[in-house]
Design a protein around this ligand. Structure first.
Ligand code: SAH
Ligand code: SF4
Ligand code: F3S
Length: 438
């Protein structure tokens, strides 16, 4: 029996993808995977440091996981990902039982370290890392998968740590991407999410991002295509046109606004004004039928006044995002914004966040109510967590849909891994409920 590995993942789609790929690589080398850290010979923690809270959670979990090594000193304890990259070797002082600290460009080298090396930290960005394009990631969800198309980020938004922990932007070969999507499709996957910190700046040979969408649409058997994240400054007319035209590309655009105040956007180094953002959104809405829009928003950025905050509320009211990820500003050492005075009190940040969340919740409900009576196409990928009898899936515009288990409904039929028509009959702010149309 090979050694058992436990991998826990925090953070964004990129970390999820890295962990899935690492699972594929380790399993090719004869390791087996376990969901239980107490049974593992190797414990790996993949970490995020985008906000202080995320980093604290990762460090807390590391302390907990160290106990397994106290019980069994043979266990190898490994920290990978963005916290490993940011703190590097100093993590040995924090967690003396750690064996390996591997930065974001060293993750896939883990098997070598496990075989040959003793205790070590490597956070070099040098792309010596084999990217194992022939290894298929091991995924929890058979039907929906992430595929990385680029790594790193060159944008340096003033609040953001990602360019420091992920390094400069590097794009993957188009052939490798197409190959991975086609392999996934052959193994039963129906939907891919192309991921990168800023997918709109993708470039390989003469292919830009809209060309990549065209190629994935035309040259693979995948049924649905999504992507994340788009940067507003790089969102081109060509992309909007391709989204409207290509049948496999889903009608969902995640376009982080961050703030509705152009003054704050400038301090954030985002490269667009709120008016420019609005113009792009209006254009997208007019060209893409049934487009669903989601965004990221930060409240309490240095010097944000009540008036700036109200501009964010106004934009949210005007655009009516289907949903948003909303955050309190969190200082990240080493970023440009860390030099600004963090002058919005914590209590005020919380108040603004609460007000924003409440507004968004009302709008999400309103948007979902608008879908009642409509027919939507749902990819069924499992059972509802709350009600194990009901099927759960995702609509083309990225909403969770639960199928009501009615006598005339889907109860007797195995719908797993099928794309089925559903009539929406009810909703809350986060979920649609509907009936399978036979
Ligand atoms: N590359 C993506 C995602 C980056 S991280 C993008 O450009 O949108 C995801 C989100 O975390 C960001 O969009 C931002 O809203 C939030 N975020 C990043 N740094 C933050 C910080 N220091 N404080 C609070 N929120 C932050
Ligand atoms: Fe961070 Fe901005 Fe890059 Fe997104 S685009 S990862 S927010 S620096
Ligand atoms: Fe977090 Fe790293 Fe992603 S900091 S958001 S896991 S790139």
């Amino acid at each position: 029996m090979g050694k058992k590995v436990y991998i826990q993942t925090y953070g964004c789609q990129m970390n999820v993808y890295d962990s899935e790929k690492l699972k594929g690589i380790l399993s090719d080398k004869g390791y087996s995977l376990t969901e239980k850290p107490e049974n593992a010979d190797v414990i790996v923690l993949n970490t995020c440091c985008v906000r202080e809270h995320a980093e604290r959670r990762a460090l807390g979990r590391l302390t907990q996981l160290s106990h397994y090594k106290v019980k069994n000193p043979e266990v190898k304890l490994v920290m990978i990902g963005c916290v490993a990259q940011r703190i590097g070797e100093r993590l040995f002082d924090f967690a003396p039982l750690l064996d390996f600290i591997l930065g974001t460009s060293q993750v896939f080298n883990l098997p070598e370290y496990l075989e040959n090396k003793t205790r070590l930290a490597n956070v070099s960005f040098k792309d010596s890392q084999n990217i194992f394009d022939d290894v298929l990631p091991i995924r929890k969800n058979r039907y929906i998968s992430h595929v990385a198309i680029s790594r790193g980020c060159n944008n340096f938004c003033s609040y953001c740590i990602v360019p420091y922990v992920r390094g400069p932007e590097r794009h993957r070969n188009i052939e490798d991407i197409l190959n991975e999507v086609q392999c996934l499709s052959k193994s039963g996957c129906l939907e891919v999410m192309l991921v990168g910190q800023n997918v709109n700046s993708y470039k390989d040979k003469n292919y830009d991002f809209p060309d990549l969408l065209q190629e994935v649409n035309d040259k693979t058997d995948i049924k649905r295509i999504r992507f994340m994240t788009s940067h507003p400054k790089d969102l081109s007319l060509k992309l909007i046109e391709k989204m409207a035209e290509l049948p496999k590309v889903c009608e969902h655009l995640h376009l982080p606004l961050q703030s509705g105040s152009s003054r704050i956007l400038e301090k954030m180094n985002r490269g667009y004004t709120s008016e420019e953002y609005l113009e792009k959104i209006q254009n997208a809405k007019s060209k893409i039928k049934n487009l669903s829009l989601t965004t990221d928003l930060i409240v309490g950025f240095p010097s944000e006044t009540q008036k700036d905050f109200e501009m964010t509320l106004d934009m949210v009211r005007e655009i009516k995002f289907d949903s948003s990820f909303m955050f309190r500003y969190s200082i990240r050492d080493g970023t440009k914004a860390a030099e600004f005075e963090d002058d919005v009190f914590e209590k005020e940040k919380l108040r603004r966040l609460k007000e924003l969340i409440e507004l968004q919740k009302r709008i999400s409900l309103e948007k979902n109510k608008g879908l009642i009576g409509e027919k939507v196409e749902v990819l069924i990928d499992g059972k509802s967590r709350r009600d194990k009898k009901s099927w759960k899936g995702k609509s083309r515009n990225n909403k969770t849909v639960i199928l009501k288990d009615e006598k005339e409904g889907s109860s007797g039929k195995d719908l797993l891994g099928e794309i089925v028509p559903v009539k929406i009959s009810d909703c809350d702010s986060w979920t649609l409920f509907g009936e399978f149309i036979k």
